[in-house]
Write a protein of this length. Structure first.
Length: 600
């Protein structure tokens, strides 16, 4: 009860604070410079019907939707997993739908939701998170281990939809609160000035700052936003594509925001640059789309699910068929639509550059994709083994029954971001090397960083996951740990090999195969113990492996041997593929080497 009282007082204080601020602040001047979307009654009815799913979850006591918090275990904020929470981002989305459905009975609820949302924004002028929201009502920003600055972008872009389309329906206090909330969010985005390689947020923040500057006639903000759009366009064109490449989740988010920017563009330059970026995003998805399996072929910079989820599948289906949300039309450029509808009858492959270092300190970031009528396999030439990465991924089967192969490295059962991956690929064959870093992240590349090159572990293993329709396949382990493992799936063969595994001072139990939750896990165990042991990575003389994967339309295909030699690097040769990969742990900045595509 004491905690509830404190919580109630905090909420009340925030509400009093925002309304006192609104009473003192000079209201921003709103200009209706962007055409309002006019939905048909039929379209409004569809939105109204979709709101029914939230009815039982709406908590009138706090004017927000309540949900059981089930965010992925790899995310840094885990304190509230399994708890009932009220999410701020969901509140913003909900308010948009409440107003767009056109039902006057929903208006009061929308106003209440918006007032609550405004009260939860950080309004302290000298705060480093001024203009930001926490994830949910139950955990204020000051209690978060790491406030997520992206929430200014995600919530800001939704509030702009209300400002453009529904502001004239709002009571004066809600309209004024909306104006300030948007401007404060845009201010945080400008102060943060996120890096251009953070693709989806770089685009989303550009959308928020450009549209905010136009609606409220903010000259300085507009100069910043236009400069940011130009820099992002130049950066993307220089690199050859989005650095957050081929993401089933975030390329879609990028296209959402570019679609909004296309609708809201006033300046001719904004329209031209946005059109170019929109095409690049769709080109990325189209060229990787594997029509036989209905999957987005790899590699993927960021993915939350190895098989496409309902949201992404719906996005692609609606864009192909022109049945998208009328509030956000996302048509596929005409010349790219063929990838989604024309049967794939002959194999095709391509390389795509995603990042070029102007200083030439690190090699270009290059993805390779091979799409065959029966399967697809993709790889990236260097990455870390983050749980959202798919540096080596393959799909086969049908749209109704797709299967996949995913390469991973696990530390105590979870993907270990400290592992550096290098690879080369030719058609259905990938030759890769992995090595331990000494200063990377454990779960995230830039979060929970390893200190003093020291980790605690009770289990370390290389894993090949086979999931989807073929997870129930049988297997036969090879006589030698370095010999390939072969699987036959209908008319293709999948072969996996670890020609060399090096892990100093620890026993190597070798292969272990398990099946759980519809996934067959083929593991090479480097180290396992009943207790946590302290491992000094920098004292390991060698901690690396060479990996070979071959997928073929020949069920009788036999993987030829991979020849490995060692000098200052591991040098692997395999039928015209060559790879030089480090085997000694080192700092991340030193572990990326330039793979060779052909042998000397």
């Amino acid at each position: 009860m004491g905690t509830q009282k404190i919580y109630f007082i905090t909420v009340l204080f925030n509400a009093i604070f925002i309304y006192s601020l609104l009473g003192q602040a000079t209201p921003p001047v709103w200009h209706n410079v962007i055409p309002r979307q006019n939905l048909t009654q039929e379209q409004k009815n569809v939105i109204l019907q979709s709101l029914a799913q939230y009815e039982s979850e709406y908590d009138a006591n706090v004017s927000m939707i309540k949900r059981n918090y089930t965010y992925h275990e790899g995310m840094p904020n885990t304190n509230y997993r399994g708890h009932t929470v009220h999410e701020t981002r969901l509140a913003a989305d909900y308010a948009v739908d409440l107003l767009d459905c056109g039902d006057s009975r929903m208006e009061k609820r929308a106003f209440d939701v918006l007032r609550k949302l405004f009260s939860l924004q950080d309004l302290r002028p000298n705060s480093t998170t001024h203009g930001l929201w926490s994830y949910f009502l139950e955990e204020p920003l000051d209690k978060m281990a790491s406030p997520d600055l992206n929430w200014a972008d995600f919530i800001g872009t939704q509030l702009l939809q209300i400002s453009i389309n529904q502001r004239d329906r709002l009571p004066s206090d809600v309209a004024q609160g909306l104006d300030l909330a948007i401007i404060y969010a845009a201010g945080l985005i400008q102060r943060r000035n996120v890096g251009l390689d953070y693709t989806n947020i770089a685009i989303m923040g550009t959308h928020v700052t450009i549209v905010t500057s136009e609606i409220y006639n903010l000259t300085d903000l507009n100069q910043y936003a236009m400069d940011r759009l130009r820099r992002f366009s130049n950066f993307t064109n220089f690199n050859g594509g989005f650095t957050e490449y081929n993401s089933p989740t975030y390329t879609v988010v990028a296209l959402d925001e570019l679609g909004r920017m296309k609708m809201h563009a006033i300046a001719h330059e904004v329209a031209n640059l946005t059109d170019q970026l929109y095409y690049i995003g769709w080109r990325e998805l189209a060229q990787h789309y594997h029509l036989p399996t209905g999957q987005l072929g790899g590699p993927h910079a960021r993915s939350y699910s190895t098989l496409l989820t309902g949201d992404t599948l719906s996005f692609l289906y609606n864009s192909v068929n022109g049945t998208w949300d009328p509030r956000l039309p996302l048509p596929i450029p005409a010349d790219l639509k063929t990838y989604f509808v024309t049967p794939l009858t002959t194999p095709r492959g391509f390389n795509r550059t995603y990042f070029r270092d102007p200083q030439h300190i690190v090699p270009d970031l290059i993805g390779t994709a091979y799409l065959h009528p029966w399967f697809t396999i993709g790889s990236i030439n260097h990455a870390e083994m983050w749980w959202q990465r798919r540096p080596l991924i393959a799909y086969w089967g049908t749209q109704a029954k797709p299967s996949f192969l995913q390469f991973r490295f696990l530390h105590d059962g979870f993907d270990f971001s400290d592992i550096v991956f290098n690879s080369v690929q030719n058609d259905g064959r990938v030759l890769a090397g992995i090595v331990f870093g000494t200063d990377g992240g454990d779960i995230f590349p830039n979060f929970n960083m390893i200190k003093n090159a020291t980790i605690k572990a009770h289990d370390l293993r290389i894993r090949f996951d086979i999931g989807g329709n073929d997870s129930n396949t049988t297997w036969h382990l090879p006589d030698k740990p370095t010999d390939p493992i072969k699987f036959i799936f209908n008319n293709i063969s999948v072969q996996l090999a670890l020609p060399i595994v090096l892990f100093s001072n620890y026993s190597q139990p070798g292969w272990n195969i398990t099946r759980k939750n519809g996934v067959l896990s083929v593991d090479y165990v480097l180290f396992t113990s009943n207790v946590n042991e302290t491992i000094r990575i920098d004292l390991l003389g060698q901690a690396a492996a060479i990996v070979a994967v071959q997928i073929s339309d020949d069920k009788s295909a036999v993987m030829s041997p991979v020849n490995v030699s060692k000098d200052s690097l591991l040098n692997a040769k395999w039928d015209g593929l060559c790879l030089s990969s480090p085997f000694k742990p080192d700092k991340f900045s030193k572990l990326h080497v330039l793979p060779k595509f052909t042998c000397a």
